[in-house]
Design a protein around this ligand. Structure first.
Ligand code: ADP
Ligand code: MG
Length: 332
């Protein structure tokens, strides 16, 4: 049994009396100590998938319309809202792209960590403050005894992101969901923050779901990869398998769009076109209008997700079945 088992997850958005599907048929497992990467362009449903797992869709136009989520052997969807909230922030934590959405600007960072500790653990104010300083030290905030009394605006972007990681790790969660945790940061700080997360994982065994639009980041950090396009998984495999045998033209396009550092890149080999809008009806493969390998059937019948090998799932009518050296093959 995996720590997290997501099966056929579906999310819909209620618009004008209808519920339009935005996330469909998402299934994956995350094991303890493992990092699962979810990659795809903006608008593919990565955040909605993670919010659904965290139980944070309520109170909006968004609905969980199907599927199941098992965490640590418990069926999360069968729990009362109260029991679910108790798990959140304690056994499951989430880091968001923009730290200021989680950090409250009017409270000192130490007090925010202390509050989270005292909510989930019976600790005295003094114990919690000592633990907050320890956590700030763990995420390499310099001079933590002094910084614990800083306000968020007194820290750099990279430091704020590390404080968020400290808050997320405060209670020693079994699962950490990091939704584009480094997108807002400089490249050098990005690497620091990712290394820090992986280093903490080694020490604590926390499972991580790392969400990114950057296949380069995913390749360096994850054990398994799920590639999403327009709310569905189009390819998934162990990282090594995926990178040695990319089978979906969309994944190949994502690889080709990784900018090459040390190179004078004048333009990126980005995938032409855009992710279809949620109310656009596409009877065939949702990627076919942008796919350079599309054939007539791609426009009319939706491909099913099939295993091309052991753990390697591809949703494409013609996986890997294309001329070698094709333009979407990418030599980046
Ligand atoms: N609160 C919302 N209300 C309506 N539609 C939404 C909402 N949040 C996201 N969506 C739609 O759902 C789709 C997936 O969004 P999201 O999961 O945020 O994508 P990603 O994180 O991959 O960029 C997008 O097309 C987006 O427009
Ligand atoms: Mg997102």
């Amino acid at each position: 049994m995996a720590l997290l088992e997501v099966r056929d997850l579906e999310v819909g958005v209620a618009i004008g009396g209808k519920v339009l599907p935005v996330v469909q048929g998402i299934s994956f497992d995350v094991e303890e100590n493992q990092t699962l990467g979810i990659v795809g362009e903006s608008g593919c449903g990565k955040s909605l998938t993670s919010l659904a797992i965290m139980g944070l869709l309520e109170g909006s136009m968004l609905r969980l319309t199907g599927g199941s989520i098992s965490f640590n052997g418990q069926d999360l969807l069968a729990l009362s809202p109260r029991a679910r909230r108790a798990i959140m922030g304690d056994q499951m934590a989430m880091i968001f792209q923009e730290p200021m959405t989680s950090l409250n600007p009017v409270y000192r960072i130490g007090d925010q960590i202390i509050e989270s500790l005292r909510q989930h653990r019976s600790m005295s104010q003094r114990q919690a403050r000592a633990r907050a300083i320890e956590l700030l030290d763990l995420v390499r905030i310099p001079d933590p005894e002094r910084r614990v009394d800083s306000y968020p605006h007194q820290l750099s972007g990279g430091q704020r992101q590390r404080v968020m990681i400290a808050m997320a790790l405060a209670c020693g969660p079994k699962l950490l969901i990091a939704d584009e945790p480094t997108t807002a940061l400089d490249v050098t700080v990005q690497k620091e923050v990712l290394d820090l997360m992986l280093d903490l994982q080694k020490r604590t065994g926390t499972a991580i779901i790392l969400i990114s639009h950057d296949l380069g980041v995913i390749s360096e950090t994850c054990d398994k990869v799920v590639v999403m396009y327009r709310g569905k998984i189009v390819e998934s495999a162990k990282t090594a398998t995926l990178f040695s045998n990319m089978s979906h033209p969309y994944t190949q396009g994502l690889l080709a769009s990784i900018p090459v550092v040390d190179h004078d890149v004048e333009w990126l080999n980005a995938i032409p076109g855009r992710v279809p809008l949620i109310d656009e009806v596409l009877p065939g493969c949702a990627f076919h209008p942008r796919c350079s390998f599309a054939q007539a059937s791609c426009a009319t019948s939706p491909p099913s997700a099939d295993y091309v090998s052991d753990d390697h799932l591809v949703r494409c009518h013609f996986p890997n079945d294309r001329p070698s050296g094709g333009e979407a093959g990418g030599d980046a």
